[in-house]
Design a protein around this ligand. Structure first.
Ligand code: ADP
Ligand code: MG
Length: 430
């Protein structure tokens, strides 16, 4: 049976993909075009040795490895497979050898031309592309078959058996290319994921190292700052001026280190019962002067109490960073509105500005360490705020539109005990 044989061939052509998959993880061999070429070439060779002979032609799937190796291994791999196919054709012999050569070259030419463009497509598109390309050798085979039949005098019209062969052959060929391409993509994705995990592990260790260094640097910095402050008191004239600059820059360095440490490991020093409403009022009061200087109006709409059990200063810092960013993004005459609401068990803080907004790409990068678009920015503020809020069990969500503004939604889970108390109070009042 032709079909049984062809299914066997599908197994033969999937073998190199699987072998490649198992090798890709631990050495470079799996990526070498020569190796891929030899693997697929051998598969094509086997297909042809076990070919099904009928109507004076060999029916097999030699072109699937050819297409796959051209696409996934590059032109070099594809040419190696072509060599395998040609030599197998010579070994097989027969009178249709010229047709075999012509069809091999024809089937290889299209994937050869497209091979370099292939990798510019997204993975899903690559699979559909490979399937489409799977039709090409099938078409070539059909054309060759028809012309061979014409020349050798085998009747084509009314030859039902041949029609079924062509259909089955073409169908399984396209299916085979599709399955193999999908397998290839899965294995590439798995490999990428593995690399990504290794990278993030490395980054994690680096981050911990950096945090401990930052911690060690902070102490001498504090000492230096203390002595400089003493010196400044005694200094006069230009020396005092210089010391002022030195001290502000030192303060900035300290701020960056503190921010970084907060990001690396937000430590809550003093945990107490706090009301989000009070913290927000403190922060807006603090930032009002800054907003005024920038010509931005800062509005506050606080409706509800929200009791939390956490570190007041850390929460303050989180709010300051986010609201300061909103003010900085907003042009003069613009508006920044901060509001506080309560849902069943959450405090919802919304910071809305009428500033420059962010593109999708910028939104995606927000929250990565050291990402900034400002000349003197540190790119730490947002990351630190998100880390602090998340450490409190809350979440931060950004929505933004370019030239329209940004809406930051912060949710914080309220204290359970306190919630009960508040609810009871409400019930008592009713
Ligand atoms: P920095 O403020 O030091 O630049 P941040 O981490 O606080 O660092 O912010 C990173 C970047 O995110 C900013 O440089 C800015 O481009 C963008 N950004 C943050 N908040 C807003 C906002 N409300 N509107 C527009 N852009 C913002
Ligand atoms: Mg900032």
């Amino acid at each position: 049976m032709l079909i049984e044989k062809l299914l066997l061939h599908v197994l033969i052509i999937l073998a190199p993909v699987l072998i490649q998959a198992s090798l890709l993880e631990n050495n470079k061999l799996g990526k070498s075009p020569v190796f891929i070429g030899i693997l697929h070439g051998f598969a094509a060779f086997m297909c042809m040795i076990f070919a099904y002979e009928s109507f004076g032609l060999y029916w097999d799937f030699r072109y699937i490895p050819l297409v796959l190796s051209m696409l996934y291994g590059g032109r070099k791999a594809g040419l190696i497979v072509l060599l395998f196919i040609l030599s197998a054709r010579v070994i097989n012999g027969g009178d249709a050898i010229v047709f075999g050569f012509i069809s091999a070259f024809l089937a290889g030419i299209l994937p050869f031309l497209i091979a370099n463009r292939f990798w510019t497509y997204a993975p899903k598109k690559r699979v559909s592309f490979a399937v489409l390309l799977g039709f090409w050798p099938a078409l070539v085979m059909l054309a060759i078959l028809l012309s061979y039949s014409l020349i050798s005098g085998i009747p084509v019209s009314g030859n039902q058996e041949m029609g079924i062969y062509v259909l089955a052959f073409g169908g399984i060929q396209v299916l085979g290319v599709g399955i193999a391409a999908q397998l290839n993509e899965w294995m590439l994705e798995k490999q990428l994921l593995r690399e990504e995990i290794l990278k993030s592990e490395k980054l994690n260790t680096l981050g911990e190292l950096a945090a401990s260094i930052a911690h060690e640097v902070r102490n001498p910095l504090t000492v230096v700052k203390g002595f400089l402050q003493l010196m400044k008191k005694q200094a006069s004239g230009s020396q005092q001026e210089y010391l002022t600059i030195v001290l502000t820059e030192l303060g900035r360095a300290e701020e960056i280190i503190n921010d970084y440490l907060n990001f690396a490991k937000p430590e809550f020093e003093k945990i107490e019962q706090i009301n989000v409403k009070d913290v927000l009022s403190d922060v807006t009061l603090l930032l009002n002067a800054y907003a005024l200087k920038e010509g931005v109006s800062l509005e506050e709409e606080v409706k509800e109490d929200g009791y939390l059990h956490t570190d007041r200063n850390k929460l303050k810092q989180a709010f300051v960073n986010i609201i300061k960013n909103a003010i900085e993004a907003t042009p003069p005459q613009g508006k920044v509105k901060v509001s506080l609401n309560r849902t069943n068990n959450q405090s919802v803080i919304i910071v809305q500005d009428t500033g420059k907004g962010m593109t999708r790409e910028e939104l995606g990068r927000l929250g990565t360490l050291f990402y900034t678009t400002k000349d003197r920015g540190t790119g730490l503020g947002t990351s630190v705020s998100i880390r602090i809020i998340e450490a409190m069990g809350g979440s931060v969500h950004y929505a933004s539109e370019v030239n329209k503004g940004t809406i930051v939604t912060i949710t914080l889970p309220l204290n359970r005990e306190q919630l009960k108390q508040v609810d009871e109070d409400i019930q008592d009042a009713m």
